[in-house]
Write a protein that binds this ligand. Structure first.
Ligand code: SF4
Length: 399
């Protein structure tokens, strides 16, 4: 089964107030050193897979550079990473190759590098088309810049473009949200991701919200119910415009679903490189010696820059058959099409599914899941409370 490759670039020009990723603002001198390290890790990928008990696949059908802001690297560094990838892996001629891009960082030199590297998909971190909303959370771009970037990408024949939006930003209103969704549709991009603002202690805005303070425009963050209304309104609006929801946060015109992201929810193998990059490989035939009845292995690198550069050891988790079933539920239910109980029964055995009958019936009764014959999927209420639904599956599996 072909692999997906993920490379994390944990650098940004400035830190957005809501950001809870392992990214930071560092001196440009660090970029090249980091890329050296990633290239070394790519060259050792087969040895890493073997030491983790995972099956190494040479064939690759998707590559995703995320972060962070990959487009703040020197174009030559970007090309170096792609050379390292193509030296180690066989990249399909029609592989989906995505780079995340903060609007305003797309220089002509970077666009040339994209074409030389075979990049054919770009994900733009727009978040809001209202300049004052974007500025309030520390984004450095304007609506005009976003339009310019989309135009430049299309001129370079990169038409597969995603726009990220966040529901629940400070100062957002029903009208301004409607404007952002409308502008996204008017731009004609084939893929849209809609996230709800995450409130946790890992971002400056999240901490301020939890403390009830006013820094970072925290007192202008819409109430949770209003943000939920924004999300539901976006689902309706995008659907009406032919941009179908295929996952809790992802929407696409037919045929433009992200091949790479689907791998995560369909439990297909992927190999990650860089800070906080995660990997999931099918277990190698000899993996039982390393982790019981493992059917897959997950491993992750250091989630901070310095330990990563100092070769901190990878953290490995063997995934047994029971855990793989559990993952199939909470990852597969993220998809609009949900999961097929018959297929899961064939893959993992009928008794595992039967253990879940009660919890499935309860969730259907609570209006969080809907069942059509063998297919199970989240309702809209279930999408809003997805973590609670997934937790109920985990609780049963732990018993
Ligand atoms: S650009 Fe993205 S990764 Fe960088 S700080 Fe902003 S939200 Fe975080």
């Amino acid at each position: 089964m072909p692999l997906g490759i993920y490379i994390s670039i944990p650098f940004c020009k400035s830190k957005c107030s809501y950001c809870n990723f392992s990214t930071g603002v560092v001196s440009r001198a660090m970029y090249s050193r980091y890329v050296d390290h990633v290239c070394t890790d790519i060259a050792a990928a087969d040895q890493t897979a073997a030491s983790m008990g995972g099956r190494f696949e040479r064939q690759v059908d998707s590559i995703y550079l995320g972060g962070g802001t990959p487009t703040i690297l020197e174009p030559a560094d970007l090309e170096r990473m792609f050379r390292a990838l193509r030296d180690k892996f066989e990249v399909d001629h029609d592989a989906e190759i995505t780079v995340e891009c903060a609007p305003g960082t797309l220089t002509p030199e970077m666009l040339t590098a994209f074409l030389r590297c075979g990049v054919n998909r770009v994900s733009l971190g727009v978040q809001s088309w209202v300049d004052t909303e974007a500025a309030a959370v520390g984004r450095l771009h304007t609506r005009a810049k976003v339009l310019e970037d989309i135009s430049q990408l299309r001129k370079s024949d990169i038409k597969n473009i995603n726009v990220d939006l966040i529901a629940g930003l400070p100062h957002q209103t029903a009208e301004s949200w409607e404007y952002s969704v409308s502008e996204t549709l008017a731009s004609g991009v084939p893929h849209v991701s809609v996230y709800m603002l995450e409130v946790d202690g890992d971002s400056r805005l999240g901490r301020e919200l939890m403390a009830g303070g006013q820094k970072y425009h925290a007192h202008f963050v819409p109430e949770d119910d209003l943000s939920a209304d924004f999300y539901i309104a976006a689902c309706d609006r995008l659907e009406q415009a032919g941009v179908h929801q295929y996952e809790i946060s992802n929407f696409a015109r037919e045929g433009s679903e992200s091949r790479h992201n689907l791998k995560y929810w369909e439990r297909k193998p992927y190999f990650g490189f860089g800070v906080d990059a995660h990997s999931m490989l099918l277990a190698a035939p000899n993996a039982s010696r390393q982790g019981g009845d493992a059917v897959a292995v997950r491993f992750a690198g250091a989630d901070e820059l310095n330990p990563f550069l100092q070769n901190a050891p990878l953290v490995r988790t063997a995934v047994c058959r029971r855990e793989a079933l559990e993952e199939s539920f909470f990852l597969g239910l993220r998809l609009t099409r949900g999961v097929c109980l018959q297929e899961l029964g064939q893959e993992f055995g009928q008794s595992g599914i039967e253990n879940l009958t009660n919890v499935i019936e309860e969730l259907v009764e609570d209006g969080l899941l809907q069942r059509h014959d063998q297919r199970l999927c989240l309702t809209m209420a279930g999408r809003m409370l997805s973590n609670e639904v997934f937790q109920r599956f985990l609780t049963v599996e732990a018993q």
